[in-house]
Design a protein around this ligand. Structure first.
Ligand code: AMP
Ligand code: GLY
Length: 421
């Protein structure tokens, strides 16, 4: 089978690595990939927003299957576009992708299907929104509707902060805004819950917790994710059953009511309050770095699973998982998430040998001749599987120290809630 992957981050390197292990896969192409994927696949320098060029390449080279990594092309309808050309694609269609593409779409679906979520109001005008937040309890949460690359969510501690957030959103900081979402702040513990679906059936695909803030102690600015661990410490049957019954099933039913179905990974960002799950957001893809953290635990043939999903045969497949724990630390460019410099050589990387149960997934890297250079804010992911989270973290830190890249920084406290010091 010849497979294509759209995307270039750590998530896509992990997807590529897992596909490569399958005997069913003869060749992988990455659009456009990174230095890590170039070792096990062929990188194709096509912009991920150029659907036509991707389609032409797929047709010309007879690819059997395409996986879409990031949200932007999904929300923009790449799945509908490729399927119209009779190409097999793993990922949700444009309507289903609204679960991530529009927070207001998701909130309305929650309302219709009685899915537990924070109480909210949707406002079309700045004045109405500000009026409302004048009477709110604080903290309160103000959100832009559309994709905002992890930004566009303001946790506001007082009226002045919420006013500023509302103004910034309506001034177009995250793209043209027709409305703004204001919601109640939920106090609890976050948990990310993943499923994989073929449109007819779905299966549990693990849980994780990421660390979004740049600095230790969950301080500093929001980032794409500085590390993650799997499973979440909240992962247990009773809660998982509630998540499925109260959140996942009604969501999939809601899509059915709209005349569509969900194929792909679905990532529910939840807040668990007194053992009850509330939906904070949906992502219509695997998380990054959650994907890198979870996939090494999968014992079943990943290519078979994805192929089955594109043929509505997921029901016939038994997903087997490692019982061990997994933890990922992200090595970032100094200065991220603000300003950082690209094109800095990562000298020790090309000869770096990882041990069993230790993985390095590339994110923002680029190969020039035989050397590897940084090419983004999040540069490398160090993932370790072990019986104990503490051992995972110690080993991941050792790998980073051994690499000794002078232009990087990372958090040493990933997983602190599940690791005693
Ligand atoms: P989102 O992009 O909607 O996931 O929001 C980003 C982050 O903001 C989440 O991961 C939460 O940490 C936080 N957040 C969003 N909405 C709420 C809420 N209603 N209550 C508490 N925290 C929230
Ligand atoms: N790690 C968060 C995300 O992928 O959205």
């Amino acid at each position: 089978m010849k497979v294509g992957i759209v995307g270039s981050g750590g998530r896509e390197h992990a997807l590529c690595y897992s596909l490569k292990k399958s005997k069913k896969v003869s060749k992988i192409y990455c659009f456009p990939g990174n230095a890590g994927t170039s070792k096990i696949a062929q990188n194709i320098d096509i912009n991920i927003n150029d659907f036509e060029k991707i389609k032409n390449f797929i047709k010309k080279n007879n690819l059997d299957l395409i996986l879409i990594g990031p949200e932007k092309p999904l929300v923009d309808g790449i799945v509908d576009y490729l399927e119209n050309q009779n190409i097999k694609v793993f990922g949700p269609n444009k309507i289903a992708s609204k679960l991530e593409g529009s927070k207001i779409f998701t909130k309305k679906l929650c309302q219709k299907k009685n899915i537990p979520t924070a109480n909210f109001g949707i406002f079309k005008s700045k004045i109405d929104a500000i009026d409302f937040t004048d009477k709110c309890n604080y903290p309160t949460v103000v959100k832009a509707d559309g994709l905002a690359a992890g930004k566009g969510v303001y946790i506001c501690n007082n009226k002045d902060e919420s006013k500023l957030a509302i103004e910034e959103i309506f001034e177009g900081k995250f793209g043209e805004a027709e409305n703004v979402l204001v919601e109640e702040f939920l106090k609890g513990e976050e948990m990310s819950f993943f499923i994989i679906s073929d449109g007819l059936n779905y299966k549990y695909f693990g849980t994780a917790q990421d660390h979004k803030r740049a600095l230790e102690g969950d301080k500093g600015k929001n980032t794409g994710g500085m590390g993650a661990y799997s499973p979440s410490r909240l992962d247990e049957k009773k809660l998982n059953d509630k998540i499925i019954k109260k959140i996942i099933n009604p969501t999939l039913e809601g899509l059915k009511d709209l005349g569509t179905k969900y194929k792909g990974f679905l990532y529910a960002g939840l807040m668990i309050v007194n053992n009850e799950p509330y939906l904070i957001e949906y992502n219509v893809r695997m998380g990054d770095p959650e994907c890198q953290t979870i996939l090494p635990k999968l014992k079943s043939d990943f290519a078979e699973i994805i192929k089955a999903c594109t043929e509505e045969k997921l029901k016939d497949i038994n997903l087997k998982w490692e019982d061990r724990k997994s933890l990922c630390i992200v090595l970032c460019s100094e200065g991220y998430p603000d300003n950082y410099t690209n094109n800095l050589e990562i000298k020790n990387l090309k000869d770096f040998k990882s041990k069993n149960n230790e993985y390095i997934f590339h994110a923002g890297t680029k190969k020039k001749q035989e050397n590897i250079y940084s090419n983004g804010g999040r540069v490398l992911n160090f993932v370790v599987l072990s019986d104990e989270f503490k051992d995972c973290r110690n080993k991941a830190i050792k790998m980073i120290e051994k690499l000794n890249w002078k232009n990087g920084f990372f958090r040493r406290d990933i997983g602190y809630k599940v690791i005693d010091t």
